[in-house]
Write a protein that binds this ligand. Structure first.
Ligand code: GDG
Length: 470
């Protein structure tokens, strides 16, 4: 029996250079966490290769990836436009993050979403057997559990969604809502980051479909589906140990030089309207207006990692951020000081680690976030137990990191006040809060998340089998 992970993207970057394909393993949290699973025995990870590969060269890519226990699904540019950028990122992403006015309910997006989910199933069926354990990841593949269940009735299927699941009143807006739910119900175990997501999913499903629920168990077509919260963790040791690497130490030193009396505030996000980047900037503007005594006393380092910038709303957001930062800096900067150091690019993990280790405050204010790993990475990097995390109550992480300074990201005054509290927080209080958060992040790390999900999946399947045997 093997374990098969299926996600939209494979955990590698494919690069084509001089007509040659090479693969760089991804450093992302999911890839690290699941490393022990898919790299073992004959287990495998199935996903989109990330680039368009001409048909005549697909076998070459399959053979090369097989050595890494990876199996590619090939998508055409049209499929990427309609299934990925279209349905996944212009329907599901905005609706699941409560930004319903951003959604475009295009029939062509839906048709392609269905056919690409079928394509994933077809690819999976080439390497799967009835006995395998299948773990499907995230909102791009909501129909896949159902498609696979129809083909492999006895198989063990887990599904985990990394983004929030919205309340019934929001979810019901989607024209293809029943099909999406039925797809998810093909799984034996459905996981979300928080208990609120679980609650929303249970209430939505029981209102829209003819299913029964008892506590967190749904019964549909004589099958039982367990729905539970599995808050995802990070590789705590990796982030904690990174800060002592020579390269990182050098970055920290360079970064701190000349800023001895300056408080550094850090923010790191992918470019996304769910991350509250503009609202955060407005809160900084408010701080400068209402508390001019802080002018020249802090600097915000704001990293925005390019993402989905072919989608019009993301392009617009980028322009708004560019303008806001330019305007604010122009009004408040002096010859030696600039309030916002803005970077629109990604950095190597060593630079990220140095920034986490240096920043006095980490400002994480998403409007909605399934979990938010940046907040946990900051905590893991604070080996001296100092530093203040300001965290949105709309991030899944706020349920665990209760010693952060928690804010409502829609309340600019609240964020501003939180920054003032953080700027003034005595070291002793910082340490008490940070120690408590570090304990949580260290214990409930990504390995714990993976093991816990797989353990529950086995338990759920065993109890289903014993029910059938009765
Ligand atoms: C989705 C859900 C959920 C960022 N900049 C750089 C860089 N990063 C890395 C961070 C972190 C990751 O990207 C971002 O993770 P988040 O959790 O904050 O956000 P999403 O990408 O939206 O992730 C989210 C997550 O899935 C997991 O379930 O928490 O709610 O939306 O790990 O470190 N990495 C590098 N350079 C950068 O410049 N190397």
């Amino acid at each position: 029996m093997k374990t098969v992970i299926i996600s939209n993207r494979l955990p590698v970057k494919i690069i084509e250079n001089n007509n040659e394909y090479t693969f760089i393993p991804s450093e992302g949290g999911l890839a690290t966490g699941l490393g022990d699973v898919y790299k073992n025995g004959n287990s495998i990870w199935i996903g989109w290769s990330g680039i368009e590969v001409p048909e005549e060269r697909q076998q070459e890519v399959i053979d090369k990836l097989a050595k890494l226990n990876l199996y590619p699904v090939f998508l055409t540019q049209d499929e990427i436009n309609l299934y990925y950028e279209g349905f996944s990122n212009e329907v599901l992403w905005p609706v699941f993050h409560y930004l319903v006015t951003y959604a475009h309910y295009e029939q062509s997006y839906w048709d392609c979403y269905k056919s690409v989910n079928e394509k994933f199933a077809k690819a999976a069926l080439k390497v799967l057997s009835q006995k395998d354990k299948i773990w499907i990841q995230d909102y791009q593949l909501l129909l896949l559990p159902g498609i696979l269940r129809n083909k492999l009735q006895q198989s063990t299927i887990g599904f985990f969604q990394h983004i929030p699941f919205p309340s019934y009143e929001i979810f019901r807006l989607i024209p293809w809502r029943d099909e999406l739910l039925n797809g998810m119900l093909g799984a034996d175990l459905i996981g979300f980051h928080t208990y609120d997501d679980v609650r929303h999913f249970l209430s939505t499903t029981t209102r829209l479909l003819p299913v029964n629920s008892s506590a967190n168990i749904l019964s549909s077509n004589d099958r039982q589906i367990v729905v539970e919260a599995f808050p995802m963790g990070i590789d705590f040791d990796k982030f904690s140990n990174l800060t002592s690497k020579d390269e990182v130490q050098k970055e920290i030193e360079d970064f701190r030089t000349g800023k001895e009396n300056m408080k550094v505030i850090l923010s790191i996000d992918r470019l996304d309207y769910s991350k509250g980047i503009l609202e955060r900037l407005k809160a900084i503007e408010l701080l400068l207006q209402i508390h001019p005594e802080y002018i020249g006393k802090f600097e915000l380092y704001m990293i925005v990692v390019p993402s989905r910038d072919t989608v019009p709303q993301y392009r617009d957001l980028r322009e708004q951020i560019d303008q806001f930062v330019g305007n604010l800096n122009a009004r408040y900067r002096s010859v030696n000081w600039i309030p916002i150091n803005y970077f629109y690019r990604s950095f190597p993990i060593e630079v990220l680690s140095a920034l986490y280790a240096t920043a006095d405050i980490c400002l994480v204010t998403p409007m909605r976030d399934g979990m938010n790993l940046v907040s946990k990475e900051y905590v893991a990097s604070r080996n001296n137990n100092d530093g203040v995390l300001i965290l949105s109550e709309m991030a899944g992480a706020s349920k665990e990191l209760t010693d952060a300074v928690i804010v409502n990201p829609n309340n600019l005054g609240d964020i501003m006040e939180a920054i003032v509290v953080a700027l003034k927080m005595p070291l002793e209080e910082q340490e008490t809060r940070m120690k408590a958060m570090r304990e949580v992040v260290e214990k409930f790390n990504v390995k714990h998340w993976v093991n816990n999900f797989i353990l529950r999946l086995n338990e759920v399947k065993n109890s289903q089998n014993s029910l059938l045997a009765k």
